[in-house]
Every structure is written in structure tokens, then in C-alpha cells.
Design a protein around this ligand. Structure first.
Ligand code: TYD
Ligand code: MG
Length: 452
């Protein structure tokens, strides 16, 4: 087969060169040249539109009926927006060892009755087979292929017509059209483009696994994330209980859902009631620990929030937050200092959300403030009390969204009292709840309510 012509293109300004160069002569940037396929020039384009591309009223376009294929894992489906959509391209990114291959293999094996093709360029057949034996599910229609050349993968997929194609990983793929090494910008872009064209043409959904660089972005060009329909991140700390899948981009669903798993000896276990695990031992409460009622997508989540306030050893006090936005913590500390006169200027403050979960819900604010106050004054907060409200810059306590499901979840888990914003009480049917609901106007009132 005749090799197509390739050229080198500066990824920053678009300048072209027949050879690779380190510094772009046109824009002066370094290391921006990547190999690309030379596109044939289109000559003499006519201005007359082709019949296939005429505009027509939006309602006359035939909407394709939505057919979703379940991944067999409820938590995974939740993040996908209900399963894999025909012809969609899903990119799953995550750090090495976090469990991307395990999650995809487990999905492939859980999809009983569905044909799945699992293509691996990272591990050998026996390695994957022994991993599959550890997992509890079996799917006789799951085929395994160890291959890295994209043309060959797509030929096999075309012949097999699976319900789902899984490719582990995009960084190992290469196309025969380019000389660049697998994992390089041009290879990743070209192979993904080929897979995408295949998915759209055949309707086979594809799950692509991608590596993550040190700074947490998916390795390869940013354009990869633009090309695919769904970008998922698999995250969590190896030392923490939970592994969490969340959507960064989803053309067919919400990006606020998370799927929670626990890594065990037999693979990933779905965690459908994370609050019960996250709350830990609630009988012995020490100062600095309070419970926040937050949301993960549509699902309420009760989360233990811990703060430690101690005298600063060095001149500049340290502030650190795990799972919570550090800038937001700084803001809350400033509000506490200014509006309550709570002395924090010479204190180190550490904040930690349990389970290695990262939350950016404003309803966490009140719990964070309560935890800091509790630790600062060394007075424990009752373990039967939970918090859900935002704190404003003037120290006012503000309402949060979806308060009813939050209150119901707290009630279900045996909490006795919830502190919310005073404004939130209007429009709430207080008689419908057994749990005591207390409204607060300012964070100054929180101090009286807690520290007796
Ligand atoms: P892996 O899925 O290969 O991660 P990735 O593809 O993201 O690099 O491996 C995940 C880790 O999980 C690995 O260190 C071994 C561990 N593990 C278990 O604890 N239990 C299991 O059943 C399996 C299959 C893996
Ligand atoms: Mg892997």
C-alpha cells in the first residue's frame, strides 16, 4: 500500500514543514511540531449547496431513538447518563493503577448476553485472563484481542460487530499512515479520529481508556477531549476506600453525577449507599468532627468533615484542605475571624473530608465552619447533628438547592437535628419531617447553638 504523505505542523500557529523542527520559525515556540497526514486539496468548490446539506426546520429532522446499552454496573451507568449510547465515544481517564482496566473488564464481563470486544495493547492475553478469573462475573460473549494497530482493530470489530468495543489504551495505538511513535500527539489524534469515524458509521459504542499526565490532564492533545462525546475521570487515592468515576463532559447526560466503587480482592464493588460507610463510628465524637449533607448529582451524601485548629509553629500559619477548595477555606476563615471575632490569625487550620472524596457543593460551608469552631474551642459537636447551608461573605447563612432530599437522607440515617439557613424554612413542610430542623441567620448564631 502506498504510504500517504505526511507533513509536520506547528500545533501552536499552524505553520508547516516537511521535516520535524524543534523551534517554529514562524511563531518561535519550541517543541510544537507534530506529524500529520497531508489532506488532499479541494479545488474549485462550487457555491451551490448539495441537496443533502440543505437547512430545514429543526423539528423535521428525524431524532434518532435513544437506545442505551447498560454497562452492567449501575454506578457506571449513572455517570454515563443511563448506559452507552449507540455510536458514542467515551474516554475514561485516570492515573496508573487506579483501576481503569479493572473497571472496563468488569463492565465487559457484567454485560451478560452482550457481545463485547476488549482490545488491549497494554497487557498480554494470559494476564487479562487471570484478572478476569478474579472477577466474579462471566460473559461468554466477551472476546479479547491483543493488538495495537488501529486498522487491524477496526477490521476485527467490523467483522465481529460487537455491542461495545473497549480499547485499552489510546496511548498504545498506532496507525500505519504515520511514522510517529505510539502515544505521540499525532498518533493519538489520528487513531482516535479513525475510531470515531468507525463508531459513527457503524453505531458501535466505544470505550477508550486514556492515561493521565502528572498535572492531571489526559495525556495527548486537548483536541482528544473535544472529539469524544463523553470524558470520564476515574479518581481516588490508592490509600482511600473509594474510587470515583465522574463525568467531565457528557453530551448525553449530566456531569454532576458520580459513580462510587470500592476496590476489593475480587475487583470493584459498587457502593450504592456511600453515606453509611463515610460516616464511620458516630458514637464517640471528638472535637472538630461534624457531618455535612452534600449532594453527589441527584443523590444526597452525608459526609464526615474534620478540622484541626492548632497553634502555628511558624510565623505564617498553614492552611490545608483535602477534598475541599482551599480558596473557599481561606474565605470561610476570613469570615469567621471578621464576623465572629474567632481568633485564627496565629492558628494552623487543616481540613479533611473523609473517604478521599472531593466536593464542591456550597452547602458544605456551614459544616466546615462548625468543624473549625468545634476544633478551635475544643468542644465536640453531637454526632446526631448535621449541617447543610452556604455561608456568605458577610457571615449570613444562605439557602441551598434540593434541601428536601438532603433532609430525608439525614432522617433516614438516624440524625436528630439539622442546621439549615433560616430562609430555607419558608416553603418547607416542617410537619412532614420527624427530624428537628433549625434555621440560622448568621454564623454568630451557630456558635451559640453548638458550643454550650
Ligand atoms: P488496573 O485496573 O490495572 O489499573 P489501571 O488500568 O488504571 O492502571 O489495576 C488497579 C489496581 O487494583 C491494581 O494495583 C491491582 C488492584 N486490584 C485489586 O485490588 N483487586 C482486583 O480484583 C483487581 C483486578 C485489581
Ligand atoms: Mg490498565
Amino acid at each position: 500500500m502506498a504510504k500517504s504523505k505526511t507533513i509536520f505542523v506547528c500545533q501552536s500557529c499552524g505553520a508547516q514543514s516537511p521535516k520535524w523542527v524543534g523551534k517554529c520559525a514562524s511563531c518561535g515556540t519550541w517543541n510544537t511540531y507534530a506529524e500529520e497526514l497531508q489532506q488532499p486539496k479541494v479545488r474549485g468548490g462550487s457555491l451551490a449547496p448539495s441537496a443533502a446539506h440543505l437547512p430545514k426546520p429543526i423539528h423535521e429532522w428525524q431524532a434518532t431513538p435513544e437506545s442505551r446499552i447498560s454497562s452492567g454496573l449501575q454506578e457506571f451507568d449513572r455517570v454515563l447518563g443511563g448506559g452507552f449510547l449507540a455510536g458514542s465515544l467515551v474516554l475514561l481517564g485516570g492515573e496508573p493503577g487506579i483501576g481503569k482496566s479493572t473497571l472496563s473488564l468488569q463492565a465487559a464481563l457484567s454485560m451478560a448476553g452482550r457481545k463485547v470486544l476488549y482490545v488491549s495493547g497494554e497487557e498480554s492475553g494470559p494476564q487479562i485472563s487471570s484478572r478476569a478469573n478474579r472477577l466474579s462475573h462471566r460473559n461468554p460473549d466477551c472476546q479479547l484481542l491483543t493488538e495495537t494497530q488501529v486498522e487491524s482493530i477496526l477490521r476485527h470489530t467490523d467483522a465481529l460487530r460487537p455491542d461495545l468495543l473497549i480499547v485499552d489504551s489510546v496511548q498504545t495505538l498506532h496507525t500505519e499512515l504515520l511514522d510517529a511513535a505510539p502515544g505521540s500527539v499525532s498518533q493519538i489524534r489520528e487513531t482516535t479520529a479513525q475510531i470515531m469515524r468507525f463508531a459513527k458509521r457503524s453505531g458501535v459504542p466505544v470505550l477508550l481508556i486514556g492515561h493521565i499526565t502528572k498535572d492531571g490532564t489526559i495525556a495527548g492533545p486537548k483536541v482528544l477531549e473535544h472529539m469524544v462525546d463523553v470524558v470520564l475521570q476515574f479518581e481516588g487515592d490508592r490509600h482511600h476506600v473509594f474510587r470515583i468515576v465522574r463525568a467531565q463532559k457528557n453530551r448525553f447526560g449530566s456531569t454532576s453525577e458520580m459513580g462510587i466503587f470500592e476496590m476489593q480482592g475480587q475487583g470493584l464493588k459498587e457502593v450504592s449507599n456511600p453515606s453509611a460507610l463515610l460516616l464511620g463510628n458516630r458514637d464517640q465524637r471528638l472535637s472538630g468532627t461534624v457531618t455535612a449533607i452534600t449532594l453527589d448529582g441527584a443523590r444526597p451524601l452525608l459526609l464526615e468533615t474534620q478540622a484541626l485548629v492548632s497553634s502555628a509553629v511558624y510565623g505564617t500559619p498553614q492552611r490545608s484542605a483535602t477534598g475541599f477548595d482551599l480558596r473557599r477555606l481561606h474565605m470561610l476563615l476570613a469570615v469567621l475571624e471578621k464576623r465572629c471575632g474567632f481568633p485564627l490569625a496565629s492558628k494552623d487550620v487543616f481540613l479533611n473530608l473523609t473517604g478521599g472524596i472531593r466536593i464542591d457543593d456550597p452547602a458544605m460551608d456551614l459544616a466546615v465552619v462548625a468543624a473549625i469552631m468545634s476544633s478551635g474551642a475544643d468542644v465536640p459537636v453531637s454526632s446526631r447533628v448535621a449541617f447543610a447551608a452556604e455561608v456568605g461573605l458577610t457571615g449570613e447563612i444562605r439557602s441551598v438547592s434540593r434541601i428536601e432530599p438532603r433532609l430525608r437522607e439525614a432522617e433516614k440515617l438516624g440524625f436528630e437535628q439539622v442546621f439549615v439557613a433560616h430562609d430555607q424554612l419558608q416553603g418547607l413542610d416542617l410537619k412532614g419531617f420527624k427530624i428537628q430542623i433549625s434555621g440560622l441567620k448568621r454564623i454568630g448564631h451557630l456558635e451559640q447553638a453548638l458550643i454550650k
